[in-house]
Design a protein around this ligand. Structure first.
Ligand SMILES: Cc1cc2nc3c(=O)[nH]c(=O)nc-3n(C[C@H](O)[C@H](O)[C@H](O)COP(=O)(O)O)c2cc1C
Length: 196
């Protein structure tokens, strides 16, 4: 097991639990990666409201599941090496706690560890519209090294289903973590009529 092969995924209570679930399903295809998962109590509610998966289905996708209250978990320490962390979706509450280093649950503590150890931290912040406080905290997190990656769909790939839209955003997040995937076709330029 190398540091780079350990990936942390956290699901917080913003709308869009499907983003975290899709990330887990995609990372799971890479059997060489060790997948660590933390699910907030808010996310347990959104999983139930928004998806047809049970909490048990979701946690079964991970190799190791940590309780969000367990501040003695390995993820709470910088000595536990990882290849990066994704929070998908990231609520404004969790984003604000990370921005202010309020490390009172394991998602926030693990995110803070990633920032202090200068490791990759990707936050799929989901809220709209955004107020000045949200934008200020996003700026501060960017300066601290986080990647703010809201699930903003692109339409140049002509999505046909809702999952095409989800896959585009999740694929962008996994690109940041260096996780190979086939969630979308990469842009190679517009299809142009052939000139003979
Ligand atoms: C159905 C539902 C949808 C929600 N959607 C959002 C959202 O999109 N963004 C957000 O920041 N909070 C959203 N919330 C509120 C969060 O769940 C709430 O702030 C919670 O305290 C977040 O806790 P956590 O960050 O520990 O998961 C939603 C709550 C519910 C019940």
């Amino acid at each position: 097991m190398t540091a780079a092969s350990r990936i942390v995924v956290a699901i917080s209570g913003a709308s869009g639990a499907i983003y975290g679930i899709r990330a887990l399903e995609t990372i799971r295809l890479r059997r060489e990666l060790e997948l660590h998962l933390v699910v907030s109590s808010g996310a347990r509610a959104t999983i139930a409201y928004e998806t047809d998966r049970s909490y048990e289905d979701v946690v079964a996708l991970a190799d190791v599941v940590h309780d969000e209250k367990d501040l003695a978990a390995p993820l709470a320490s910088g000595t536990f090496l990882t290849g990066g962390m994704l929070v998908a979706p990231c609520s404004i509450r969790t984003m604000a706690a990370i921005a202010n280093a309020l490390d009172d649950n394991l998602i926030v503590r693990a995110a803070d560890v990633h920032l202090k150890e200068r490791r990759k931290l990707v936050l799929m912040v989901r809220e709209t519209p955004l107020n000045a406080t949200h934008l200020r905290l996003m700026r501060e997190l960017t300066l601290a090294g986080a990647v703010i990656l809201p699930p903003v769909p692109g339409f140049y790939q002509k999505p046909k289903t809702l999952m095409d839209v989800v896959d585009h955003s999740v694929g962008k997040a996994l690109d940041q973590l260096g996780v190979e995937h086939a969630l979308f076709r990469r842009w190679t330029g517009p299809d142009r009529p052939r000139v003979s």
